[in-house]
Design a protein around this ligand. Structure first.
Ligand code: HMG
Ligand code: MG
Length: 334
């Protein structure tokens, strides 16, 4: 390696380490494949396949797996077997299996399934709120407060999502001040964390930074999570922008599955395999087994009968031999 290349590499590493004042184990990956990933699939995925996918993700070392939603089956058919999934999925020790809840009816179902963590999901824009929840943002927040109040009383952890944090398929650009206000309300309801969702993947590093600067006036980085969709190919650069603000929880979906049935144009979430490879490249070991993740991604893609959306999964082919080979390739350490 030439001297110039070495000094550029060293400067880059220092830059990354300065901006990411975090250590490997501090990056928490919150997997949304079995819920956000599958909810948009038109082919119904049988309960046993969903459970096997969740098991494979847990076996790869993922500690947070959003496994189902208890929404109206009239609205999202794919999630209609949520109760069967949650009653039958073996709960591995140390693994968190949250579910998405739209209202008190869904919360009552969660209670019957021994759920320890729920996620509530107001929208960041009026248009999306109407399409996704059939009510205004304000009414949605009122309903979610009822759910959060009950959950807090029962000792159930509550996570908040905000969808369409930079752009909405119906209203266009979304003002960061509105997102900060909803974040504040969710934290006041008792959410331990708010996941900021670029639901349709229109964000760029610039718009994401503007949104985060505003949100960080009301929340600490450790109260936030980043949730990007890769519709415009911006998910990883948006993530880097978010990590610079010291946010340490990242949502992703195995095989890049995903999309919301009520967000026209939304494509898959940031793929978990791509995220893990990216973090290796920054020297951030996630304690996850990328080979097992690749296998999990192939398992579900094969079932769905479509190619994986994960670029890393596709690029790997059968070339890799072991975990260390992948880490070496991603970090390009000589
Ligand atoms: P509505 O039609 O106004 O509600 O929908 P309703 O109370 O009139 O209920 C309609 C029917 O659904 C009734 O059945 C209810 O009983 C039933 P009927 O009497 O007609 O036979 N129902 C339920 N059934 C089971 N479980 C329930 C439930 N609630 C009502 N919990 C509602 C309002 C909120 C229910 C509906 O709009 C809904 O379910 N919306 C959810 C849509 C959804 O799941 N979207 C995808 C998730 S959001 C997302 O993906 C974005 C995110 O990932 C962030 C990102 O990616 O950026 C979070
Ligand atoms: Mg999503």
């Amino acid at each position: 390696m030439s001297l110039i290349t070495k000094s550029i590499n060293s400067a880059l590493k220092q830059l990354v380490h300065r901006s990411l004042s975090t250590s490997a184990s501090q990056i928490r990956i919150y997997e949304v494949g079995p819920r956000d990933g599958l909810q948009n699939e038109s082919k119904f995925v049988p309960t046993d396949i969903k459970i096997e996918l969740i098991n494979k993700l847990a076996a790869a070392g993922i500690k947070d797996i959003e496994s189902a939603s208890f929404v109206s089956p009239k609205w999202v058919k794919q999630m209609a077997d949520g109760v069967d999934v949650m009653k039958n999925v073996p709960r591995a020790p140390g693994v968190n299996y949250p579910v998405l809840i739209p209202n008190l009816k869904g919360y009552d179902t969660a209670k019957q399934c021994n759920i320890e963590e729920i996620a509530i999901f107001p929208a960041g824009s009026e248009g999306f709120s109407q399409k996704n929840l059939n009510c205004s943002v304000e009414e949605g927040l009122k309903r979610f407060k009822l759910v959060a109040d009950q959950a807090v009383k029962d000792g159930v952890r509550v996570r908040g999502y905000i969808s369409c944090v930079v752009g909405c398929p119906y209203d266009g650009p979304v003002h960061p001040k509105g997102i900060a206000k909803i974040t504040e309300e969710l934290l006041a309801m008792g959410c331990y964390e708010v996941s900021l969702g670029d639901t349709i993947g229109v964000g760029t590093a610039g718009s994401v930074r503007r949104m985060l600067r505003e949100v960080l006036t009301v929340a600490k980085p450790e109260q936030l999570a980043l949730h990007f969709h890769d519709t415009y190919g911006q998910a990883l650069s948006n993530l880097l922008a978010g990590l610079e603000f010291d946010i340490k929880t990242v949502d992703s979906s195995i095989s890049g599955l995903g999309g919301c049935p009520y967000a026209r144009g939304a494509s898959g979430n940031l793929a978990t395999e791509d995220l893990v490879y990216f973090l290796y490249g920054l020297g951030l070991n996630t304690n996850l087994d990328l080979i097992k993740l690749i296998e999990a991604g192939r398992y579900i893609s094969n079932f769905l009968g479509k190619p994986t959306e994960s670029r890393v999964n596709r690029a790997m082919g059968d070339k890799f031999k072991n975990h260390q080979d992948i880490v070496t390739m991603a970090s390009c350490e000589l």
